[in-house]
Write a protein that binds this ligand. Structure first.
Ligand code: GDP
Length: 337
């Protein structure tokens, strides 16, 4: 993939939309998706670990090299399963003479990670009138921000968006959403704090229908008195949505904070038991010193990572691309100099 690949074009591809008249801001057009990902992942906390840099230094490959690589991948949050599988794959390439020197491991690793993960996430086809996207995740993972960023991209692609503020337990989340909605010309459906989240979700879909919106984005609560209550609430919201439209929600996206590491996997399992997840959005990859969590999610849960968050700004959400991600994570160009 090249730097010229236009970011808005990638969004159009993910949403299966024609790019049409949509014109990205000059800033976004100048910097392709890969360079922006690289930029955010090469902040000081994001350079590859000294351990990986050491492994990729020129030299002979020994058993110790593979042991060190396995340890480094687990340390980078790639998960046990994926790390073992990756090392096994690279070792077999070495046995076939395709990897001879240690400095060839990084390239092999990028290719292996790309192969192991879904190369391009399945499209989020906006075929329904409207397409309902439910966004779930624990408090602080970046749900509200992600809903705002999504509304922004959809707006740029000429999509009419309605946002449902179904996290009625946090007044601050509703206010924050009002600001994001305003910036993206989206209509916000809200009720007073403490209102029934299912009722807000239902209203949002009805409003989407009557306004002939293309997409309804629904933010949900991330914390209740108990985990059990939260999961029950999510089940209810999910069920209410399918009453509003038998196919809704068309997408249920789990937002996971990359800095929570392996804890993210248990969160994904828990949410997956409550509602059927269609994809994961990994946020805060710019702030994680590890970043391999997307590899683990894909391998251990089989849920595609569809987008990644790489900052707090409106345009800091990207459609996931396995190769760009693997390169940003494991290319030695990113090692501390
Ligand atoms: P919610 O409780 O899940 O709705 O989380 P919020 O959307 O309120 O986000 C919590 C914090 O994470 C806020 O300070 C956001 O600005 C920040 N945040 C969200 N996504 C990202 C990201 O991709 N990178 C960084 N660095 N911060 C993020």
């Amino acid at each position: 993939m090249s730097d010229e690949v236009d970011e808005l074009g990638r969004w159009a591809e993910l949403f299966d939309l024609p790019l049409g008249e949509a014109v990205p801001e000059p800033e976004v057009r100048r910097r392709g998706i890969f360079s922006r990902l690289k930029e955010s992942l090469t902040k000081p906390s994001q350079t590859i670990s000294p351990q990986l840099a050491g492994i990729f230094a020129p030299g002979l490959i020994t058993q110790e090299t593979w042991d060190d690589l396995e340890e480094a991948l687990i340390g980078a949050d790639c998960g046990m399963d994926a790390s073992l599988a990756l090392v096994e794959e690279l070792r077999s390439e070495a046995m076939q003479g395709r990897i001879v020197n240690r400095n060839e491991i990084a390239k092999g690793l990028v290719a292996a990670v790309t192969r192991q993960m879904t190369p391009a996430p399945p499209k989020i086809s906006l075929h329904a009138d409207p397409t309902v996207i439910l966004v779930v995740g624990v408090n602080g993972s970046g749900k509200t921000t992600t809903v705002g960023k999504l509304a922004h991209r959809l707006h740029q692609l000429d999509q009419k968006v309605v946002i449902g503020a179904a996290d009625t337990f946090r007044a601050a989340a509703i206010d924050q959403l009002a600001i994001w909605a305003d910036r993206s010309d989206a209509h916000l459906v809200r009720q007073a704090p403490g209102a029934d989240p299912g009722a807000v979700a239902f209203d949002a879909v009805s409003s989407g229908v009557s306004r002939q919106a293309d997409v309804v984005l629904i933010d949900t609560a991330g914390r209740l008195q108990t985990q059990h209550n939260l999961m029950e609430e999510l089940r209810k919201v999910h069920a209410v949505l399918s009453k509003a439209n038998p196919d809704a929600p068309h997408e249920t996206l789990l937002v996971l904070d990359a800095t929570t590491g392996q804890n993210g996997l248990s969160q994904a399992r828990l949410f997956g038991q409550a509602v059927p997840l269609t994809g994961v959005i990994v946020t805060k990859l710019d702030g994680s010193a590890k970043g391999g969590i997307a590899v683990a999610i894909n391998r251990e849960l089989g849920i595609p990572v569809k987008m990644i968050g790489v900052g707090e700004q409106l345009d800091d959400l990207q459609p996931f691309n396995a190769q760009a991600y693997a390169q940003a994570l494991f290319s030695p160009d990113h090692s501390p100099s």
